[in-house]
Write a protein that binds this ligand. Structure first.
Ligand code: 2P0
Length: 348
């Protein structure tokens, strides 16, 4: 298939343009730590819910005359690490497609970048879908998930809507088999009607990138391995809770898994601490909600922001409690959203 494409697509003559949109996902069973940094193979399986808010829209246009890729991010030229990661990703797509043209990438993000709100998940999921189409790579959803993983691990899950599990795969296999073994897929779930109430405690970029923080945690935290093992048990329990449609159990498992992940970071040397006093105040408000009979459970990622899982019917009440706990901070209500997809001409 690939050699046929190489033979029939003459660079410069079949230059393509494609636009894709993707939404972030929030992990209920966390990804923290890689067993292969180059291939983005995670140490553990993880499981997430894709959101219906904060889309990233990315257009990839092949530029046959250009000597280098250009990347525009929210209307401005991307520089530094962001540009390097996107260019490296395009290089991978060129390698796979057997094409050599450079590309113009125009990406628009509606979520604060680098603040633990999963902007790299929506970003690389949209880029994978758009770049694969622009370069003529024919991939099914599994193939797109594997490809998105190479941009940012969590992006593998945003290819799918609703709940998705990302398989850690086989880091012990040879590179090709290892690469094929790690991808996300949808998880069977009963009708849960969940909401995630997102308290943006701080929208600024984080001090330690999740990439650096997860490496340090794996290398130095004595709590990392025990968490990785217990996370496997959490995932098994989570699958059962999702199939049963038991949202309170889903929340309870998600909360313990996330707090466990943060415990591994606190035990890293030096410690990585994403929780701020405001995060703890919001976590306290979630405890109070539970005492008041609301099935609200918190999760946190690589940043101080707190996401509260609850029945959709309670979302407004939860948002109110969170607003009171974090005055002046933005609070968003999300539901389960769609997976990454190409946009038609008229949707752009
Ligand atoms: C997650 N996080 O499962 C976890 C929980 C943060 C905490 O995925 O290095 O941006 O690009 O693969 O995907 C953040 O890490 O890291 C993340 P890379 P990514 O959502």
């Amino acid at each position: 298939m690939r050699s046929e494409q190489q033979a029939t697509l003459e660079p410069g003559l079949r230059a393509g343009t494609a636009t894709a949109v993707a939404q972030p996902n929030i992990a209920l069973i966390k990804y923290w730590g890689k067993s292969d940094e180059k291939l983005f193979l995670p140490r553990t399986d993880s499981l997430s819910m894709t959101l219906d808010i904060f889309p990233t829209t990315t257009r990839v246009r092949l530029a046959p005359e250009a000597a280098r890729d250009t990347v525009t991010f929210n209307g401005e030229a991307a520089t530094g690490e962001a540009e390097r990661r996107i260019t490296a990703f395009l290089e991978l797509v060129r390698e796979r497609s057997g094409r050599t043209e450079r590309a113009d990438v125009d990406t628009r993000n509606t979520v604060p970048t680098g603040a633990g709100l999963a902007s790299s998940a929506s970003g690389f999921a949209a880029l994978a879908v758009a770049a694969a189409a622009a370069y003529g790579l024919e991939l099914d959803a599994t193939g797109l998930s594997r490809l998105a993983r190479r941009g940012s691990g969590s992006a593998s899950r945003s290819i799918f809507g609703g709940f998705a599990v990302w398989h850690a795969g086989r880091a012990d296999a040879g590179p090709e088999e290892a690469d094929l073994s790690s991808y996300a897929e949808p998880v069977p779930a009963a009708d849960l009607d969940p909401a995630l109430v997102i308290a943006v405690v701080n929208a600024g970029p984080k001090e330690v990138s999740s990439r650096v923080a997860m490496r340090r945690t794996m290398d130095t935290s004595p709590l990392f391995e025990p968490w990785a093992v217990s996370s496997g048990a959490d995932l098994a329990d989570m699958r059962v809770a999702l199939e049963r449609g038991d949202l309170a159990a889903v929340g309870e498992i998600a909360e313990r898994n996330a707090l466990g992940m943060h415990a591994t970071m606190l035990a890293a040397r030096p410690a990585v601490r994403y929780m701020s006093p405001a995060s703890l105040t919001v976590l306290d408000s979630v405890l109070q909600l539970r005492r008041d009979g609301v099935a609200a459970y918190a999760t946190m990622d690589a940043g101080p922001n707190v996401k509260v899982l609850c029945p959709r019917a309670d979302a407004e009440r939860v948002a109110e409690a969170v607003r009171a706990a974090a005055p002046g901070r933005a609070v968003h209500i999300a539901g389960p959203g769609r997976g990454a997809r190409l946009l038609d001409e008229d949707e752009r």
